[in-house]
Design a protein around this ligand. Sequence first.
Ligand code: C2E
Ligand code: MG
Ligand code: MG
Ligand code: MG
Length: 299
Amino acid sequence: YADLAMYRAKAEGRNTLRFYSPEMDSISWNNISLEADLRKAIAQEQFELYYQPQIDLATGAIAGAEALLRWSRPEFGLTSPNVFIDIAEETGLINEIGTWVLTKACTQAATWQSLGHAPFRISVNLSPLQFLRQDIVQVVENTLEQTGLNPGSLELELTEGSLLKDVERTKQVLRSLKELGVRVAIDDFGVGFSSLSYLKNFPVDTLKIDRSFISSLLAGSRDEAIVRAIISLAQSLELKVVAEGVETNQQLACLLSLSCDEAQGYLFSRPVPSGIFESLLRDYPRYLLRNQSVPAKKV
Ligand code: C2E
Ligand code: MG
Ligand code: MG
Ligand code: MG
């Protein structure tokens, strides 16, 4: 099992050797085939981006979209990044995949803008490894140049994992991205250990309230108190605030009463392929969110 041990050591990115134990068997082999398939996926163009609208709660209009990676893995069907993003990180494949995502998303957003859907914002998730690569600012700048997308239309979503790996470097990269005119969002805001300290140190534009605070959001609940506090914090710091994972009209009503800027979730639409998103852009009614006289459409 020497090869297996070497493989795991390599996958973990450390110079450690692991000894074989029977419990490791299934998980290791799963990961090996996952890695092999992942390598093929790039060459065989098995990736696709889905898009989920972000709704401006003041007008009901689509303000932008989050690009979400999908892999149609042969024999497994459509696979969420939750399943493969860790392997992609450990093996470094995330760099190639991430660059593909960035280019694809910017190209798509530029196309939608040229069809008259301006101003239209595209949000792209960056993994920690991708964010910390030496040339990340260059990669972003090149992508904008190549695709013709206006920098202010691109928002990069980062999690605490990315921001805290190397605080000095993070500050520097965020400053350079700001100079470029690109927006930065903190994804899954509120679940990390040091959410408030990065607001003090890092120039960001948007907070995305983690879904875990939204899922049981009810008037008078503890979650409501937390969400109210996050929104008020964002307002004081002049940051935009987006609620993630909005699934019910009750949650929406609550967010409206708290003056949340934008919302994203199954209530409005699941993530959809670009063709369907385009028809959403054309036909999506501007719901009268303030008085909710029209129920939100499920897609
Ligand atoms: P995330 O960035 O926090 O994305 C939100 C996730 O919540 C997405 O899962 C989305 O499909 C799901 N979601 C949206 N609305 C609802 C809702 O109302 N209810 C529920 N239960 N879920 C909802 P998805 O697409 O499976 O992505 C999972 C995670 O994978 C993302 O979390 C992000 O961290 C990562 N990811 C996705 N695409 C990329 C990518 O292109 N690059 C990188 N590095 N990571 C990505
Ligand atoms: Mg995200
Ligand atoms: Mg999130
Ligand atoms: Mg997440």
